[in-house]
Ligand binder design. Structure first.
Ligand SMILES: Nc1ncnc2c1ncn2[C@@H]1O[C@H](COP(=O)(O)OP(=O)(O)OP(=O)(O)O)[C@@H](O)[C@H]1O
Length: 667
């Protein structure tokens, strides 16, 4: 629901689209094909229903013209029974039609939702940067629902309407063409009224859809940010903004209601006009032997039945159009290229096992990256694509409309080693990890794992050897054990041992349900520190060859932090570790520390080497331990004391003092 609440720019949700698009219809038919028997059954029911529509008036004519003048009570009773049988058959056909079309719609929806969800999971991470959650949820829910209407009350019923129209028209012409023509004179007027109705309803529907999307986005965002709303006392202000959106939604509905309220009486008026024209014509022909009372009575019924499907077809047109627009959006998502290498690798376990036992050496070779130039992960290593990548030379540092987030980053880290990334907020530390995990691709340079370019490694193999504890920890709704295991083949003992290794066992013991405690959505119900310990246990349980710790100890108290540090040291033995640290006290033992500044490695070395260089790292470290900044400023400005960031509420110990300064404080 990240969509902007006050945007007026048209989005793809606003598109009106065509009412019929052969390309889309062909693709939709592919989903219907497996359920052909349902379509045939539904059509049969509809044809029976349409046929029955004719029988009623003809029976009426028969009774009036034959049975009544001859006073043939037997015939009247016979026709009455036939009428009753007709009603039963109509009931059966209507029931069948509803059941078969609904079954068809529901099954097609189920298949589409599954395909959409499967696709969503395989899209590159960059796709989710560009598309708000609300829009994607709409694709899988409301857009698919719009297609359901197409099947239940659209296409099949539309075919039925057309069939009924045609059949009644032919019977009317056959029984008495002059009376038929008298009724048909209003058809052009009906068509004009229907056209106007279709256009007005189309615009009104679009307005309703966009205004509802805005209302939903607003509600979603405000519920998500309720703490901020309440903290800053914004309730009254938010209600006013909600009122405006709510009113505009109501106005859009009123418009569509007005259109409907006008259209139906107009059609009713025209039907009555047709009946009048029929009666007048019949009146002029009284005395002619060709016209009978029964014929006129049958026509009175037939005319009513003729205009009903005409009116219905106008509505079907709208359904068709909404479905076309929805399927355009659905197929747009289904056609989005998936991230490279997301298919399951057949010998994955063997390859992961080999990497685990050999250990993982990571090498970054002159890596340049800009999010703005991100095209998503791709398998395209063609000469053209390489040329395009090479065209982005370091000299392009001033990207038009974009900016480099990483500029020529190089490092090497081998099994048993720890490399630490430090730098101010936004320096590019997490981006390095994003590239290593292949969430994004560098525009220049290479990343190697054990000498192999990671673009040549299957993504599932690469990710299986990496244990990543993120800054923003995500736990799913469900029990604790399921969240730690994530469906991997890990037995209870191994899981418990992993939790004990990082001290998460005590957190779990404190939860009312223990291992079976149900966490709320996004891991609600446990504190940030507890969540971090659980995430840590999750990474440990997977027994990774490469550990990535992104601020893994920033939200726990100093006692737990010390425990985690011990567990981390134990865990790092024999593994490769990349640690992103805001608190420099946690990485003094690292084999190499890279100091990043605006995406560039400005200093590198061990803690001791960096401290003796008396550069940025030395300054940051002294700031954190509370020593004064004793150096003259070099290339980088010294940090004025008044710009020091505040000490976080959990940072109680001297060793875990302030977080690193922000971009602004470093200039
Ligand atoms: N998905 C994204 N799309 C566009 N820009 C992004 C994206 N993610 C990060 N950035 C930008 O890239 C730069 C580097 O971000 P990154 O997350 O790597 O910083 P960081 O050093 O990890 O910061 P922090 O310490 O605050 O986590 C920042 O300027 C950020 O605004």
């Amino acid at each position: 629901m990240a969509a902007s609440t006050n945007t007026t720019a048209p989005t793809e949700d606003d598109a009106l689209g065509k009412a019929y698009d052969a390309r889309l219809v062909r693709r939709l038919l592919a989903y219907v094909r497996p359920y052909r028997p349902l379509v045939v059954a539904a059509l049969a029911c509809i044809i029976v229903q349409s046929g029955m529509q004719l029988v009623g008036p003809l029976l009426t004519r028969w009774v009036i013209d034959r049975a009544l003048p001859a006073r043939d009570v037997g015939l009247v009773v016979q026709v009455a029974f036939m009428y009753a049988a007709l009603l039963v058959a109509q009931f059966g056909a209507a029931f069948g039609e509803t059941m078969f079309t609904s079954l068809l719609g529901q099954r097609v929806m189920r298949d589409l939702r599954r395909e959409l969800f499967e696709r969503l999971q395989r899209l590159p991470v960059s796709y989710f940067d560009r598309n708000p959650v609300g829009r994607l949820v709409t694709r899988v829910t409301s857009d698919v629902e719009a297609l359901n209407e197409l099947f239940t009350s659209g296409v099949v019923a539309g075919v039925g309407d057309l069939f009924t129209l045609l059949a009644i028209g032919v019977v009317m012409l056959y029984v008495d063409w002059q009376l038929a023509m008298a009724a048909f004179v209003v058809i052009p007027l009906v068509l004009i009224a229907s056209r106007v109705f279709q256009n007005s309803v189309r615009t009104a529907y679009r307005d309703i859809r966009t205004r509802l999307a805005r209302l939903n986005a607003f509600i979603g965002e405000r519920i998500g940010g309720m703490r901020i709303v309440q903290l800053f006392g914004r309730e009254a202000h938010e209600v006013r903004r909600f009122d405006a959106l709510n009113q505009s939604h109501l106005d859009a509905h009123l418009k569509s209601i007005t259109v409907y309220a006008l259209y139906f009486p107009v059609i009713e008026f025209l039907t009555t006009f047709a009946l009048a024209s029929l009666l007048v014509t019949a009146g002029f022909r009284v005395g002619s032997s060709a016209i009978t009372v029964g014929t006129v009575a049958a026509f009175l019924q037939l005319v009513r039945r003729f205009f009903q499907p005409l009116q219905d077809l106008s509505e079907k047109y709208n359904i068709l159009q909404a479905a076309m627009a929805a399927s355009e959006r659905i197929f747009g998502l289904l056609d989005t290229p998936v991230a490279a290498g997301v298919a399951a690798t057949p010998d994955r376990d063997a390859r992961v096992g080999a990497l685990r036992s050999a250990g993982v050496t990571v090498v970054f070779e002159d890596v340049w990256f800009a999010y703005d130039r991100e095209q998503g992960v791709s398998d395209d290593h063609s000469p053209t694509s390489q040329r395009a990548a090479d065209a982005l030379r370091p000299a392009d540092a001033d990207l038009p409309g974009g900016r480099w987030v990483l500029k020529g980053v190089s490092f090497r880290v081998a099994p048993g080693q720890e490399i630490a990334l430090v730098g101010h907020t936004g320096a590019g530390k997490t981006t390095i990890v994003n590239l290593l995990l292949r969430f994004y691709e560098p525009q220049r340079g290479r990343i190697l794992v054990n000498g192999v370019d990671i673009r040549e490694l299957p993504v599932d193999v690469l990710r299986s050897v990496i244990g990543y504890v993120q800054q923003d920890i995500f736990l799913f709704a469900g029990d604790v054990a399921g969240n730690l295991r994530l469906d991997a083949d890990i037995d209870d003992e191994a899981l418990a041992a992993s939790a004990a290794q990082v001290g998460a066992d005590r957190v779990i013991a404190r939860l009312p349900g223990g291992w079976h405690h149900e966490l709320a959505e996004r891991g609600g119900g446990v504190s940030v520190g507890e969540r971090q310990l659980l995430a840590f246990a999750r990474a440990v349980a997977a027994d990774p060859a490469l550990l990535i710790l992104d601020e893994a100890t920033s939200a726990v108290d100093s006692q737990i932090e010390a425990e985690i540090q011990r567990a981390v040291s134990e865990l790092m033995r024999g593994r490769t570790t990349i640690a992103i640290a805001h608190r420099l006290s946690t990485i003094v033992e690292a084999d190499e520390i890279l100091v990043l500044h605006h995406g560039e490695v400005v200093e590198r070395g061990t803690h001791r080497e960096l401290m003796t260089r008396q550069g940025l790292y030395d300054r940051l470290f002294r700031l954190q331990v509370g020593e004064p900044d004793v150096h003259e400023s070099g290339d980088l400005p010294a940090l004025p004391a008044e710009e020091l960031p505040p000490v976080g509420p959990t940072d109680l110990s001297a060793s875990s003092a302030t977080r690193l300064p922000t971009d602004a404080t470093l200039g």
